[in-house]
Write a protein that binds this ligand. Structure first.
Ligand code: GAR
Length: 205
């Protein structure tokens, strides 16, 4: 049964700066139609878990490498989502691909943030720093970030928000990654999460 706020699970695999942006947005009221009810990490020991702990958010680890395979990994994720009565999922630096069986259970209920302007530098093999390395290698002068719905095609779901970010002379992948986070990801992800959470609460489904 849905309360007046959508219950959000945030899936992470690393440092969790996008998770932090969501936590901060909930504190400031920018994210008010949803509440972060669960954080799930695909690896033990990642810093994102510390951020969840500091914010008092329930957290769990489903170690991808300790699972029997994709079906086992996803069965464990689904059990957690059920247990915590989750309405929507935000992939915030989550480095595992989800199957069509999984994504079909949450149509227009899973969001992802990707550090480029989709359809550039996206799809299988493009994640984290690799995306920025590829953008610099290609020589594009503008990159950015995209928040999109997640379906069975990696980085192929409907685009919700995008923001362009300039590439500057002398940029390294690390410098560019930080600029894209600061100028785009940390702004877009909370905004898109609020949009979807609001739609869920208004529809009441
Ligand atoms: C972010 O740049 C995010 O866009 C990217 O990984 C980083 C995670 O940082 N995600 C992908 O590349 C997904 N394809 P964070 O753990 O500090 O949020």
């Amino acid at each position: 049964m849905l309360s007046n706020r959508a219950r959000i699970a945030v899936f992470v695999s690393g440092g969790g700066t996008n998770l932090q942006a969501l936590i901060d947005a909930e504190k400031s009221g920018l994210l008010h139609s949803g509440q972060i009810a669960l954080v799930v990490a695909s690896r033990p020991g990642v810093y994102a878990l510390e951020r969840a702990k500091a914010a008092g958010i329930p957290a769990a680890v489903v170690d991808r490498t300790a699972c029997a395979g994709q079906a086992d990994f996803e069965a464990r994720l689904l059990a957690l989502l059920d247990e915590h009565a989750i309405d929507m999922i935000v992939l915030a630096g989550f480095m595992s691909i989800l199957s069509a069986d999984f994504t079909a259970r949450y149509p227009k209920r899973i969001l992802n943030v990707h550090p480029s302007l989709i359809p550039s530098f996206c799809g299988k093999g493009f994640y984290g720093l690799k995306v920025h390395e590829a953008a610099l290698q290609y020589g594009v002068k503008v990159t950015g970030a995209t928040v999109h719905f997640v379906n069975e095609i990696p980085d192929g779901g409907q685009i919700l928000l995008q923001k362009a970010v300039e590439i500057l002379p002398g940029d390294t992948p690390e410098v560019l990654q930080r600029r894209v986070m600061e100028q785009a990801e940390w702004i877009l992800l909370p905004r898109a999460t609020e949009l979807v959470a609001r739609e869920i609460t208004e529809k009441g489904v």
